[in-house]
Design a protein around this ligand. Structure first.
Ligand code: GLU
Length: 478
């Protein structure tokens, strides 16, 4: 086995370790397990892009882990650390993630080995468009083939360049559904309200459900509910920021935040938006006036708190820092933040790990809603909002007439649903329902199966079982 400096396993090997542990609790033929585990297609590309006066040869990937359902789905990462092992691991996680939340896609992931801050906007656009052309050339993108989305280092802007490039190339053949070739687009270009905050919101809904279980919280020595819980967040990018914001709105206390330049801590809590403002103005999280600097960025992980949200990159919680971790709950916002060695230590300490493949599935869930919107060519809520509003109003009027009592203006206003749901209402409630249902699925497997000692194994168990049933319909596997 090859190793990294943080674990004896590479990222991909660590996904295999978790997979094998869960597979042992299932009765599935070895050949089928091998098929599920493997990455079906790995496309490594190198392409030239003009950067200033130089021509740079850029290394990039798209990996389709599983074709058991199509299209394949998964984000595109821009980072100087991108490598084939990482993209394969992330693509594999996407398959299991989609299965857990019942999103009918196979897993995929893309990566471009660049550090986005080293390029200006025009150069980033050129790289993104060239990458998209490579995908088109090899038939690795399309609404029914493979649908990218944002990931670390990319966002709505990159997705709109991908869409535009796709439309240019596919104008004659695929125009009607072209908007479904990529998700996470700006709302004005076929995106959906709620996608930007979706991963953070999913982390919030998933954790909120987990902490509502009185028996589980008692075992951890915690009370139920998020209110008053001390939270540390690693990474204040899109995922970490939105998760922290929703936790804060629910009454949790954000006591620590780690970012690229360092980490800050205040046991009485900090306002996430104020910290973000400070970063935008000064360019660094350090020296935030209402908190103290920690000497090392990674010290944030071991600070006193109830819930730790790693929301940056993989392999952050390792056998080195796991013994020092004080959190009772690890809410994995990032993909693969915990190494297998660290997980063993955490489980022995009785820490509850809410695993990435469940907890950060909010992004792909809302991507699925966006894709459905693109293929149906209509905004959610458009057809029924007004109808619901008038029939609800009529109903309230009737009740008032029959009871002889009138609702106050405030009561009427509070009956928000009387107006009928907006697209955002539907996205939020669809996501909440998805996260709660998925949590109960994995929780009941965890509690009912004696061989399964933790939520990650339960999540893999549920995912492998679903993917296996889908493959079995092919009639190839026993
Ligand atoms: N990149 C996100 C993830 O890791 C979202 C993927 C998607 O929406 O397709 O889950």
């Amino acid at each position: 086995m090859s190793s990294t400096e943080k674990s004896k396993y590479t990222f991909l090997e660590s996904v295999d370790v978790y997979f094998n542990k869960a597979a042992a609790s299932l009765k599935i033929d070895e050949s089928l397990l091998a098929q599920i585990k493997t990455c079906n297609s790995v496309y490594k590309m190198q392409f030239p892009v003009k950067v200033g006066k130089r021509i740079e040869v850029i290394e990039a990937y798209r990996v389709q882990h599983s074709h058991h359902k199509l299209p394949c789905k998964g984000g595109i990462r821009y980072s100087s650390k991108v490598n084939q092992d990482e993209v394969m691991a992330l693509a594999s996680l996407m398959t299991y993630k989609c299965a857990i939340v019942d999103v009918p896609f196979g897993g995929a992931k893309g990566g471009v080995k660049i550090s986005p801050s080293q390029y200006n906007v025009a150069q980033l656009e050129r790289i993104t468009r060239r990458y998209t052309s490579e995908l088109i050339k090899k038939n690795f993108i399309g609404p029914g083939i493979d649908v990218p989305a944002p990931d670390y280092g990319t966002g709505a802007r990159e997705m709109s360049w991908i869409l535009d490039t796709y439309q240019v190339f596919k104008a004659s053949t695929d125009m009607i559904d072209a908007y479904g070739c990529v998700t996470g687009k700006p709302v004005g270009q076929g995106g959906i309200r709620g996608r930007t905050e979706a991963t953070g919101l999913g982390i919030f809904y998933g954790t909120k459900e987990a902490v509502s279980n009185a028996a589980d919280m008692k075992a951890l020595g915690l009370t139920t509910g998020l209110e008053g819980k001390k939270v540390v967040v690693q990474g204040l990018g899109n995922v970490g920021y939105w998760a922290a914001k929703f936790f804060q709105e629910e009454g949790a206390i954000i006591v620590g935040i780690a970012e690229y330049h360092g980490a800050i801590y205040n046991k009485n809590g900090m306002d996430v938006d104020d910290v973000r403002k400070h970063i935008n103005v000064t360019g660094s999280i350090l020296d935030y006036p209402k908190a103290k600097n920690l000497s090392k960025r990674k010290d944030a992980l071991t600070m006193d708190c109830d819930i730790l949200i790693p929301a940056a990159l993989e392999q952050q919680i390792t056998e080195k820092n796991a013994p020092e971790i004080k959190a009772k709950i690890i809410a994995e916002g990032a993909n693969g933040p915990t190494t297998p060695e660290a997980e063993e230590i955490l489980l022995k300490k009785g820490v509850m790990v809410l695993p990435d493949l469940f907890l950060n599935a909010g992004g792909v869930t809302v991507s699925y809603f966006e894709w459905l919107k693109n293929l149906s060519h209509v905004r959610f809520g458009r057809m029924d909002k007004r109808f619901m509003s008038s029939s609800n109003t009529e109903m309230v009027n009737l009740v008032e007439e029959m009871t002889g009592r009138n609702l106050t203006a405030v009561q009427r206003k509070n009956l928000k649903k009387m107006e009928g749901p907006s697209e955002q209402d539907l996205v939020y409630s669809g996501l909440e329902e998805t996260m709660i249902t998925a949590y109960h699925d994995i929780h009941s497997v965890w509690k009912k199966n004696k061989k399964i000692t933790d939520l990650r194994t339960a999540a893999f168990h549920v995912a492998i079982d679903k993917v296996a049933s889908s493959y079995k319909t092919l009639g190839i596997f026993p």
